[in-house]
Design a protein around this ligand. Sequence first.
Ligand code: EPU
Length: 339
Amino acid sequence: MSNFAAMKIIDNCPLYGRNTFGMDVQANCLAEWSSPEELKTLLNSVERPLLMIGGGSNLLFTGNYKGTILHSTIDTIQVVNETADSVLVSVGAGVVWDDFVAYAVLHGWWGVENLSAIPGEVGASAVQNIGAYGVEAKDVIETVQTVCLNDGSDREFSNRECRYAYRQSIFKNELKGQYAVTYVQFRLSLKAQPKLGYGALQAQVSRIGEPTLENIRKAVMEIRAGKLPDPKVLGNAGSFFMNPVIQASQFEELKREYPDIPSYPAPDGMVKVPAGWLIEQAGWKGRSLGPAAVYDKQALVLVNKGGAAGSDIIRLADTIMGDVKKKFGINLTTEVNYI
Ligand code: EPU
């Protein structure tokens, strides 16, 4: 290990504690940077290929990483400006997402409380467009500051330029692997704006009390704890699949055969169907295949029962995708990135 300023470079770095699936693999090199300048210095010297990681909560390592993993440790939260209604906050890519949510709630800033307890870090939130309980990161992101991994130049993306959609952004598509997020600027409201439209949220908040920031955060955490496994206890990466978006005509056909099929409206007249429901109907909820399993309280989550390799999880995922395709004619796509 060598230290240069706050920069940390570790050769043959074990990744076990750096991915929530608990894959026991290693990287040729892991480099941590605490400022855009440090990242630029690193880019001149480290072994390629490069992989940016945050909390490792949305990826599945299929083997050792033969290159350099870059991890930001920028951990600042700073107010950029404040109006009568809102505050613009710049948050470092390395801030733990839920620490930022807790900070916002403590300061009376509205907008991210529904996203409480999502694992991962702020940089990744802007790449994945994380979402839960009727809110997505894109609803509050104003700009994303980045460094180009090819030439070390700075580039700021407006919300529009990020081309956000359900679990999608330009950073996962056209510009995949080309930019490292350094800071994300969020516009949060100083006026109460409770978003309680998601099924069980209103009821859960009412049980606790008034729809305050604290109570919404508490309610979201309670709902999550009832459905989603804690990665510290059971390796997982949250939703393994995306909810598929299908044509309205295909949905109508399915609804005739399965009148209880849940759905949500999607852009352009399309229909979003919960993958968890499809997987449960296909008989996979709570079932195992070797050391990999489908979580028994939420079929969208695949778990490592202990000692699973990436290939075990992929075997289970492929089997599920095949069965869902056979039963419903729907192709599931993974939300988790295979590395
Ligand atoms: N459902 C089942 N069986 C299951 C799971 C779900 O029938 O095993 C049905 C539920 O009854 C409900 C519907 O599917 O009618 C939706 O379930 P839920 O509200 O639990 O949400 P989801 O669509 O399965 C999405 C996100 C979650 C997020 C929740 C809440 C994706 C891929 N996942 O799940 O995000 O927490 O909504 O907003 O969009 C994540 O990304 O890691 C994640 C957990």
